[in-house]
Write a protein that binds this ligand. Sequence first.
Ligand code: NAD
Length: 351
Amino acid sequence: MDPFVFPGLTTRVIFGSGTLAQVGAEVERLGHSRVLVLSTEGQQADAEALSARLGALSAGVFAQAAMHTPVEVTQTALAAFKASSATAVVSLGGGSTTGLGKAIAIRTGADQVVIPTTYAGSEMTDILGETAGGQKTTRRDPGIRPEVVIYDVDLTLTLPPALTVTSALNAIAHAVEAFYATDRNPVITAMCREALPAFRDGLPMIARDPRDTEARSQVLYGAWLCSTALGYVSMALHHKLAHVLGGSFNTPHADTHAILLPHTAGFNGAAVPGLLAPVTEAFGTSPGAGLWDFASAVGAPLRLADLGLTEADLDRAADIAVQNPYANPRPFDRSAIRALLQDAWEGRRPA
Ligand code: NAD
């Protein structure tokens, strides 16, 4: 067996149905008596209901979380946080809301209780991406990682079908890159191996019935496993390209991951087929073709062209993607990246 380092897991995780009822107890367990509840505008009603349920523990709701954590929103939220005399945040929502909670936590030392309602996987990580002046920067810091994560499957029943599919592929991308991470370890690899069938079997059931609690549980469980992978080992080419497209061309986060994944998995799978064997076992054929067939079967978007990108954008994206070197199992140059982006733009099935 190869030597490895397992960093340990620090976040307390509660998983189930109806677990939203435990938020108050978890806040008190962390030693807080006043929390600010965070959400997007779209999930404000759920956040208000949670705030009401928390009673005196709640200092109110801030419902302006936005994708890619714009610093202007963070400044407004910080003012609300300070004015409320809260000492912790409760983030109810997807990666955008979790991002806002992290941005407040790293600036104030506030504890975070996160209640994820998508499969994006920010909740288990020490990563924060923020946007200022059109530039997205990412940093890692132990102070960013949430203290408690409460998964309540009931909250995912309303996740729209399209976002269900793309968000799940976003999660699968964390597992795929964890299999070949330079700092991989057997615990995270085992978690990722467990995650793939959860998505493969759960997503088609959700497509038939979005309120199928058992299938939703399975997929949310997979999302937790993948979020843990994202939080504890390093990502490579796939996440780099998604970051370039999202950060510089403002493409939607989950769609971008979903479309790129078969192409990045196909590209790296050619170099490390053994490390990506769990992907082939779960989805068949080869990592790239298997994931493309699965994405196609569950109705995922397949073409970067459909996100409004032009071929000139691909040129610029390829330039940006090779500006700084980073670890990847298959060496690449600009022309390889450009060709990969072209395939993803056209929606071609990888070999
Ligand atoms: P999101 O949080 O923006 O959610 C998308 C939309 O769906 C929002 O309007 C939201 O209110 C709505 N929504 C969420 N859950 C819902 C539900 N259950 N029912 C109905 N509507 C619901 O999108 P996302 O894909 O979850 O997150 C993307 C953001 O997260 C990006 O900014 C990305 O960079 C960040 N992210 C960060 C990390 C990290 O580790 N730092 C990891 C993953 C994603």
